[in-house]
Design a protein around this ligand. Structure first.
Ligand code: GLP
Length: 240
């Protein structure tokens, strides 16, 4: 393995531009690519930039998969990650929302919902691209530590670190205690991964992710073994 491709940028616009370019590369190669896309604060600028810079309709044939979802939150709730995925990526790129594979956090049988999601990933031939952010504790999606690389799509109890960092997403509303997440197994099997990391608060964890031991205690550290990883990181995160 040649190691990750590291794209180091200034904070702000440069970071967003580099993130958008990384995603656009896949779209240029394969307009019908299967992509899983993170929500969170980190990729929002890149998605906005991507929607502005792509020729109209260029992203509309992507096959999009939701990365994670809170349990028990309707899609029109401000906390819904489906709603956030739709507003930030699906609608701006004019992807047909009916063609998106959603994670159903309202399902009574959540195990069945997770199996349906994995079946849809398999039926699509796996993921071409995973666009991921980095949790403050090294989670990917909501694969909380400890998660081993064979972790499947499943319901997880959120860690204190995740509850705290996600509290700011919808101020004044409680963060749900559990969520569904795409499994590390399907994410690590993506043919290409773009990991976006910004801000001083991610300094220690991005270094542990890329330079520390590969361990279930830092689930993102398994990306060190990925054959096609691009990390777009701003100087605040990389240098601290
Ligand atoms: C959240 C989400 C992840 C996200 C990560 C980082 O909890 N589950 O999908 O990538 O944590 O979020 P942020 O970009 O807001 O720092």
């Amino acid at each position: 393995m040649s190691g990750p491709r590291l794209t180091l940028t200034a904070a702000g616009e440069d970071f967003d531009t580099a993130g958008a370019a990384a995603i656009a590369e896949t779209i240029a190669d394969a307009p019908t690519a299967t992509v899983v896309v993170a929500t969170g604060r980190t990729p929002m600028g890149a998605y906005g930039r991507l929607a502005r810079d792509l020729p109209a309709g260029a992203g509309s044939a992507l096959r999009v998969f939701q990365l994670d979802e809170y349990v028990g939150v309707p899609t029109d709730d401000p906390r819904s990650l489906a709603g956030w995925t739709r507003r930030s990526f699906v609608d701006p790129l004019a992807v047909d929302p009916h063609a998106v594979v959603w994670l159903d956090g309202l399902a009574e049988d959540r195990e069945a919902a997770c199996r349906a999601y994995d079946d849809a990933v398999a039926a699509a031939g796996g993921l071409d691209l995973a666009v991921l952010g980095l949790g403050p504790n090294g989670h990917l999606g909501f694969n909380e530590p400890p998660s081993d690389p064979s972790s499947r799509t499943r319901e997880v109890a959120l860690s204190k670190a995740s509850l705290a960092s996600n509290a700011g997403y919808a101020p004044g509303l409680d963060v749900p205690r559990s969520a569904l997440t795409a499994g590390l197994d399907v994410l690590l099997a993506a043919r290409r991964v773009v990991l976006l990391v910004s801000g001083r608060g991610k300094h220690e964890i991005v270094r542990r992710t890329l330079e520390g031991p590969v361990t279930a205690d830092v689930p993102a550290s398994f990306l060190q073994r990925h054959a096609n990883l691009q990390v777009v990181v701003d100087r605040d995160a990389w240098q601290g």
